[in-house]
Design a protein around this ligand. Structure first.
Ligand code: PLP
Length: 486
């Protein structure tokens, strides 16, 4: 280490001295001291590293270090988990939290969550109650099921059902339905984890009801159907219908479990959506237990819902494992409010955001795309924004292989790579997550809400202004760009 480096290191201000800097004193009135201290430390550490790396241009001036620290403080002060603008067009995007909650659910949470609620308290008798009752009746009413219960997610629901009905025994599943849902959910693993032996039948593309029949033995505890919710087998294929499975299973006095996954509560085809098996059809066909997610096509909070025979639901609720998967009051408040939106089936698509987005017509999307393109063109006259149509996978955990026509606003940024712009959009105050196609940024109107438009224009502004700063080496006043008032 040469003398100059040593001298610079020695001259580096300490955290204690920076804490007395006028600006830092101001920060302390609005930010936790721990965040301020760690931000100053980070700025000093950066400077030390630069000096050690031989950078003798680096400023160790207090003002400059404080300015560096401010960026760290801003980062530390921003919540890690926060709202983003989903411009991907994927309605049930697992990475972006799947279904956005309906207004009624948001209100229910806002009203009740700051205080106490009658989670497990019977207001009539003053006795301890059951947390499931708040939603079980709604579920029974909507689906026609005898009974219902709720756990943390559908993976837990599947495991709990298997563990309760078939621990130490066998279940029969078609080879075409041994799915991986994503993350670590692989059906064969879940079956094993439940202490159940998997008896595979049929082939990847063809399984007949006779295949199930041949597999049934004294160890069999249930026939399980799994909805292939994230892929599709096409061509020379065949699978046993739920009716056939029920007829067979009931002859042997065995239950049929139907893991529906995406869990449309009723037939969505009349709404213009692709054919998706739905809960009511499965129960009508005689399935003994049906399980599905709360945050896929149902459009509610993350949870796993089990509906079906009362005696089997009773067994599941008596399973000690039930306690490990139990849902909290936030979930139940949001779920009850969501389920109430299904009381009038015709209104559900207007009330449940996921359904509204999935069923939006290209005409309506095009109209909103024009609005967005106009806002952007007015705000950024140097850039070009085009309305176009696209075919996208609206699903995620549901309607996966089904493409829906959608409408996008395309932006081919002047003098920058689309991937760089996409990365910068993710760093905006309200991060924007967009698709890229043919070197263009695509904002898909299917998942962009009217409330998002202002944030989206702001995000584009932050990206364009940043870019100008670098190009022209001059500080541009962000107020120079006249943003349209929305
Ligand atoms: C999504 C899905 C699951 C897992 O549900 P989570 O609620 O994400 O735990 C299980 N089975 C099927 C068929 C699914 O589609």
């Amino acid at each position: 280490m040469n003398a100059a480096t040593k001298k610079m290191l020695r001259a580096l201000p300490s955290v204690a001295s920076l804490l007395e800097h006028e600006e830092v004193v101001d920060w302390l009135s609005g930010s936790p001291r721990a965040y301020v201290v760690s931000s100053l430390q980070a700025a000093i550490d950066d400077a030390r590293e630069a000096i050690l790396a031989g950078d003798d241009e680096i400023s160790i001036d207090s003002d400059d270090l404080v300015a560096e620290a401010e960026a760290y403080l801003l980062e530390r002060s921003t919540p890690n988990l926060r709202g983003v603008i989903n411009a991907t067009g994927i309605v049930l995007h697992t990475g972006l939290g799947r279904a956005p909650l309906c207004e009624a659910a948001v209100e229910a949470l806002a009203e009740s969550i700051g205080g106490y609620c009658n989670l497990e308290y019977d207001l009539e008798t003053g006795q301890r109650g059951k947390r499931q009752v708040h939603v079980a009746e709604h579920l029974a009413e909507i689906t026609g099921a005898e009974a219902a219960t709720v756990v943390n997610n559908n993976a837990a629901a599947t495991l709990l059902i298997l563990q309760t009905l078939a621990h130490g025994k066998e279940v029969v599943v078609s080879r075409g339905q041994l799915v991986e849902i994503g993350g670590s959910f692989r059906l064969p693993d879940i079956i094993r984890a439940a202490g159940v032996t998997l008896k595979e039948v049929g082939t990847t593309n063809r399984t007949r009801v006779s295949d199930y029949q041949e597999a049934i033995c004294s160890d069999t505890a249930a026939l399980v159907r799994v909805h292939t919710s994230n892929f599709r087998i096409e061509g020379f294929c065949e699978s046993a219908s739920i009716e056939e499975m029920v007829e067979l299973a009931h002859r042997f006095e065995l239950p049929v479990v139907d893991d529906l996954g995406s869990g449309a509560l009723f037939d969505l085809k009349p709404l213009g959506l692709p054919d998706e098996p739905h809960v009511q059809a499965s129960l009508d066909a005689g399935a003994d237990l049906v399980c599905f997610s709360g945050d896929k096509l149902l459009g509610g909070p993350q949870c796993g819902i089990i509906v079906g025979r009362q005696d089997l639901i009773d067994l599941i609720e008596a399973n000690p494992l039930m306690r490990t998967y139990r849902v909290g009051k936030l979930t139940l408040l949001a779920l009850e409010a969501t389920l109430r939106c299904y009381a009038d089936r015709d209104q559900a698509p207007d009330l449940i955001p996921a359904l509204t987005m999935l069923t939006a017509t290209t005409g309506a999307l095009a109209h909103r795309a024009e609005t967005l393109a106009e806002l952007l063109s007015q705000a950024f006259p140097g850039e070009h924004f085009f309305v176009g149509s696209d075919v996208a996978f609206a699903g995620g955990g549901a309607l996966p292989a089904r493409e829906l026509t959608t409408v996008i606003v395309q932006w081919r940024p002047a003098g920058a790579r689309a991937s760089e712009i996409a990365a910068a959009l993710r760093e905006a105050d309200i991060p924007v997550i967009a698709r890229i196609r043919d070197e263009a940024i695509c904002f898909d109107l299917r998942t962009i809400r009217d409330d998002d438009l202002e944030g989206l224009v702001d995000a584009v502004a932050s990206v364009i202004l940043d870019d100008d700063d670098e190009d022209e080496e001059e500080d541009e006043d962000p107020n120079d760009v006249s943003l349209p008032v929305l």
